[in-house]
Ligand binder design. Sequence first.
Ligand code: FES
Length: 155
Amino acid sequence: MTLELSKVDAIVEKMGTGPQLAIPILQAVQDEFRYVPVEVIERIAEKTEMTESQLYGVATFYTQFRLDPVGEKIVKVCHGTACHVAGAEGITESMETRLDVKDGENTADMKYTLSSVACVGCCSLAPVVMVDEKTFGRLDRKKAAKVIDNIEKEG
Ligand code: FES
């Protein structure tokens, strides 16, 4: 896949070039590409007053930034305290089997990324899975796999 670096140029043009803009620029490129590719960091460095290492520093410090490609849908299994107690480990295992990936990986068809995350803020529904912005609660292993079955059915 070739990256449209002109999109990076447009973002920088719109936002500016100062070092205080590292976070908003990285957020904007992540919104555009769904992650922050190496080539994009190089391009931002070319076009702004920031160096590649400054940009890497910011991108690796903040967990909101992803440096690797992600699937079309991100399946986040909550491993916060309430979900952990309610069996998050089993939910991750069930998702690993259903999606045929290990935690943190993308499926071969790049449809899904499986990821363990900290508390997503709806502990009363533990254990919880979020698929993109949608929340699924009170899951068990079977229901967790079903979440993916239903998404597949919806196409
Ligand atoms: S611990 Fe999972 S939602 Fe809070």
